[in-house]
Write a protein that binds this ligand. Structure first.
Ligand SMILES: NC(=O)c1ccc[n+]([C@@H]2O[C@H](COP(=O)([O-])OP(=O)(O)OC[C@H]3O[C@@H](n4cnc5c(N)ncnc54)[C@H](OP(=O)(O)O)[C@@H]3O)[C@@H](O)[C@H]2O)c1
Length: 250
């Protein structure tokens, strides 16, 4: 049995980008704490398999499709009668040097992370404010705090998300809705495949991270659980950095 502060029995969570990687790990942590989890991603086959592993529900849609986001949240609220937790996590990264960075790729990246996060957060907040409670959690990034080459749009989107978290937290606090972020450092997921396969980058991560390794996606589950549960009842507007100490080391 889980500690009562972390017990999510009876709560309904939507996790976007949950077919693999960090989203799956966070969905798994919520499910193990008793939540009924709705998993989202675009690829239906991969999503169905992930949902089956967790005993959750698969709800495939593209988070850049506003109408689909609006319909998904309304559908969960109607069928389940509640939405307690939103983890807005879906997204990818288009890497290119700044001088070659295409405006279309900039728009795509901002759309996936920032615009989708805004739309989903707004829709979830409509349901949660009616219930006078709820948790909205965004996956941001260490790169919202520390710059590095070739990811200008990603960094811009993640940094803006952290501003939006503060804004939403202040605006929604009187309605009992808490809004926070998790800023992961470097984790072993598909998103980072080109970096993991790059020997030089890989050794830089190991050298620069005080814990001396990449993060395992499962290691993000605890942070998500804290922000989603009664354990985090006085926490809002914050971004929790989970990076093995990289951001506090010279
Ligand atoms: N891994 C890291 O080290 C790291 C560090 C900092 C931040 N992050 C952030 O963490 C989040 C998850 O990354 P990850 O590393 O777990 O990546 P990942 O393994 O590539 O997983 C990404 C997930 O998002 C889904 N997805 C992508 N675009 C989508 C869209 N438009 N609509 C719906 N679902 C979509 C993917 O499924 P489909 O392709 O089937 O849609 C998949 O389930 C991202 O926001 C990323 O920026 C990751």
């Amino acid at each position: 049995m889980s500690h009562p502060l972390f017990d999510l029995t009876g709560r309904v969570a939507l996790v976007t980008g949950a077919s693999r990687g960090l989203g799956f790990a966070m969905a798994e942590a919520l499910a193990k704490a008793g939540a009924s989890v709705v998993l989202n991603a675009r690829n239906k086959a991969e999503l169905d398999a992930a949902a089956k592993k967790l005993g959750g529900e698969a709800l495939p849609f593209d988070v850049t499709d506003e109408a689909a986001c609006v319909a998904a949240v309304a559908d969960i609220a109607k069928r389940r009668g509640r939405l307690d937790i939103l983890v807005s996590n879906a997204g990818s990264n288009i890497r290119a040097p700044l001088l070659e960075y295409k405006t279309a790729d900039f728009d795509t990246t901002i759309g996936q992370h920032l615009r989708a996060g805004f739309v989903l957060g707004r829709e979830a907040a409509k349901v949660m404010t009616k219930a006078s409670k709820g948790r909205i959690i965004y996956t941001t990034s260490l790169t919202a705090h520390l710059g590095r080459p070739s990811i200008v749009a990603y960094t811009a989107a993640k940094t803006a998300l952290e501003g939006m978290i503060r804004q939403m937290a202040v605006e929604l606090a009187p309605s009992g809705v808490l809004v926070n972020g998790i800023a992961p450092g470097y984790f072993l997921t598909e998103l980072n495949r080109p970096l993991i396969d790059n020997k030089e980058f890989n050794s830089m991560i190991i050298r620069r991270t005080p814990l001396g390794r990449w993060g395992d996606p499962a290691e993000l589950g605890g942070a998500c659980l804290l922000l989603a549960s009664d354990a985090g009842s006085f926490l809002t507007g914050q971004t929790l950095v989970v990076d093995g100490g990289m951001s506090v080391s010279l």
